[in-house]
Write a protein that binds this ligand. Structure first.
Ligand SMILES: [Fe+2]
Ligand SMILES: [Fe+2]
Length: 357
């Protein structure tokens, strides 16, 4: 890592909540890669948690509310797209808050249990962050349970496959068999590698990038950048835990690999979301707010495979994951056109940048 990247990583590490308002998400990912190379122990990550603690109550959403209402004038489609993404994150944060405790209880050593205890607090804080944002900015009244109940059916099909089924079943197996280390390895793979290391990192990057480009929602931007920095610790804990699992017994890596292959299609379909129609066509979107589906696809798959490589999966397995992942996206985009009877936005990018395909 060059000196300038190290300086960036250290700036993100030390930023206060107020300073996070000016931090770019790509810099948070530089810091995340720095941790990936440094392979911090669970107790190193615990120490970071003490230093990087933040409070949802310190965020000011008053400007956000005005910005959100202003979006209704002329940028309603962008507002709908944003709200759909906020909703997936809100439901996702609640789902991971509710499923983490078996992984804490069954952790194979005390440092891991200590770190995972901090993560449990983080996930609860992320849920509270979203519930405040939905109440004070988006205007969904009621407390946390009411907001979640009114939003739960607004997810997408594949989201339910992972968040309502696989994640719940895997962590439930850990709860029933806390001494089954293989079940814990599978739980960490789904939770820390697929849900956080692929899905959350991809969503965060494009959501924060869009909001920064629009120059709106400073309270949300600040809080969600703090969420992203929390995720950096979580994901790096998962990589280290699975790396150690592979050192203990190579068969644990086979379990990681088979879990990834089992969930890869659903994970790609959560990002591609073929059942959800875009609220605004690329032709009607301001050019600086366009998001290229090919870039999103590449980012999500690289995000997953670079961590899998680091923790010990073979290059051959990682290449196969990328190859299949690309096809799953392709299939989902074609399905989008069948379901909605209109072209998928990737065609727009094909016309202007055929090399992207
Ligand atoms: Fe979270
Ligand atoms: Fe997390």
């Amino acid at each position: 890592m060059t000196d300038s990247l190290r300086t960036t990583a250290e700036r993100v590490e030390r930023a206060t909540l107020g300073e996070l308002r000016d931090v770019h998400i790509d810099d948070v990912y530089v810091q995340m890669d720095y941790l990936l190379q440094a392979r911090p122990t669970p107790l190193d990550l615990y120490n970071r948690w003490e230093d990087q603690n933040w409070s949802t109550q310190k965020l000011d959403f008053s400007e956000d509310r005005a910005h959100w209402e202003g979006l209704a004038l002329g940028l309603e489609g962008v507002r709908t797209e944003l709200q759909q993404t906020f909703t997936l994150f809100f439901i996702g944060e609640q789902a991971v808050t509710d499923t983490l405790s078996p992984l804490v209880h069954a952790a194979p050593d005390e440092p891991s249990r200590i770190f995972l205890s901090t993560q449990l607090v983080d996930e609860a804080r992320h849920s509270v962050f979203f519930s405040r944002f939905f109440k004070e900015v988006v205007g969904i009244e009621g407390g946390l349970p009411e907001a979640l109940a009114s939003l739960r059916d607004r997810t997408v099909d594949a989201f339910r496959v992972i968040f309502d089924a696989d994640l719940v079943e895997a962590t439930e197996r850990v709860r029933k068999n806390p001494h089954d280390y293989g079940a814990w390895v599978e739980g960490i793979t789904i939770y820390h590698l697929v849900v956080e290391g692929m899905l959350a990192l991809t969503g965060q990057k494009y959501l924060l990038g869009l909001i920064r480009e629009m120059g709106i929602l400073p309270g949300f931007y600040t809080g969600f950048t703090a969420v992203a920095r929390d995720e950096s610790r979580h994901v790096n804990f998962g990589v280290r835990a699975l790396m150690e699992a592979g050192v203990r017994d190579r068969s644990n890596l086979e379990r990681v690999e088979s879990t990834i292959f089992r969930l890869l299609e659903a994970a790609c379909r959560i990002v591609a979301a073929p059942d959800r129609r875009y609220a605004i066509a690329p032709e009607d979107t301001p050019p600086n707010l366009l998001i290229n589906p090919y870039e999103v696809r590449t980012f999500s798959l690289v995000s997953l495979t670079k961590r899998l490589r680091t923790l010990g999966l073979t290059s051959q397995a990682c290449d196969e994951i990328s190859k299949r992942g690309n096809l799953f996206y392709e299939n989902a985009w074609n399905e989008y056109e069948d379901i909605h009877g209109e072209e998928h936005p990737r065609r727009f990018f094909d016309r202007f940048a055929p090399a992207a395909t």
